[in-house]
Design a protein around this ligand. Structure first.
Ligand SMILES: [Zn+2]
Length: 86
């Protein structure tokens, strides 16, 4: 994955060259390449939006699994009788 890109050319057809003085330039238009930031503002907004949609689902799954793990049988024998004869 390259971290440099030309803002004027299509991303699919970018050819990266190094000029005589060592600067990375675009092979098509000859403009200097721009360094792509690792984490930009769009990625942070997307991550927050994804968390906003997934957090309720994760919490729901957690409580459903916790509910299955709880022992639901009553310890009082009279309540078992009430449950079976009603
Ligand atoms: Zn270019």
């Amino acid at each position: 994955m390259t971290r440099y890109y030309c803002p004027f050319c299509s991303i699919r057809y970018q050819i990266h060259k190094s000029s005589i003085d060592g600067v990375l330039i675009c092979g098509q238009c000859g403009d200097p390449l721009i360094k792509k930031p690792l984490i930009n503002f769009k990625k942070i907004i997307g991550f927050v939006a994804t968390l906003a949609f997934l957090t309720p689902l994760i919490i729901m799954i957690f409580f459903v699994v916790k509910d299955f793990d709880d022992d639901k049988t009553p310890n009082n024998p009279h309540s078992i009788v009430l449950l079976t004869f009603n």
